[in-house]
Design a protein around this ligand. Structure first.
Ligand code: ZN
Length: 234
């Protein structure tokens, strides 16, 4: 294989190789998880937590209210027992009963508020869970497709690696070194194809003398501007 043909082949392989490598990196990141899914899972978790807290508060309020009812009942029995004769004591007991009743009303109101809130949270949670289930399902399908593509791309990667090795073997050490050196320094692209009279990479016009040498002699020449090896496609 002539050096020019081999270099052109290397260039083609490397362009594909870079594309496949970038695609694999992208796919690997994508397959790790979806941000939408993570966000939705967190929302469901937060709603569930809020619902549990509200329910616990409601139950606590109900218990408090019941124990207050018991205390009111005892005080009323005491009031009716006829054992207290001192009007001040009776008055104080009545006042305490009234205060407890007021407190109980407040507890009941707060309990009802939390019941209503629980219902609305429950509804919101169910809707979110349904949305999450749908997205989980979509994600599972997408993940399978991503994994399938990763497998495919990895095979391409292996194939291109081998193809590259085979072409590299046909290049002289000096040319291979030049190619690799330029590839490292020139943003991964060591060669440039001529586009009419211009370098295909940096678009600088190339002098006619150089053009003739590139076209008609088996000589490697670099673009005077960007330094890449200039090649023709045929
Ligand atoms: Zn150039």
């Amino acid at each position: 294989m002539k050096a020019k043909v081999a270099l052109l082949k290397m260039h083609e392989i490397d362009s594909l190789y870079d594309k496949v490598r970038r695609r694999i990196l992208l796919l690997n990141r994508a397959v790790e998880g979806s941000t939408e899914l993570t966000a939705l899972r967190e929302e469901v978790e937060a709603l569930d937590q809020e619902l549990q807290t509200t329910r616990t508060e409601q139950q606590d309020l109900e218990l408090e209210s019941r124990s207050l009812t018991e205390r009111i009942r005892e005080s009323e029995q005491n009031l009716m027992s006829g054992e207290l004769h001192n009007p001040r004591e009776l008055e104080a007991l009545q006042a305490s009963i009234d205060a407890m009743k007021g407190q109980r009303t407040d507890l009941e109101n707060r309990s009802v508020e939390r019941l209503v809130m629980s219902d609305s949270l429950q509804g919101a949670l169910e809707r979110k869970q349904a949305a999450l289930a749908e997205i989980e399902e979509e994600w599972t399908i997408r993940q399978a497709a991503l994994e399938k593509e990763i497998d495919q791309r990895k095979k391409e990667y292996v194939y291109l690696t081998r193809a590259r090795e085979q072409v590299a073997e046909t290049l002289s050490d000096a040319n291979l070194e030049l190619y690799e050196h330029l590839r490292r320094r020139k943003n991964g692209v060591a060669v440039a194809l001529l586009e009419d009279e211009n370098c295909g990479a940096c678009h600088t016009q190339v002098a006619v003398g150089i053009l003739d040498n590139i076209r008609y002699r088996d000589e490697l020449l670099n673009c005077p501007s960007c330094g890449r090896i200039l090649l023709t496609e045929d």
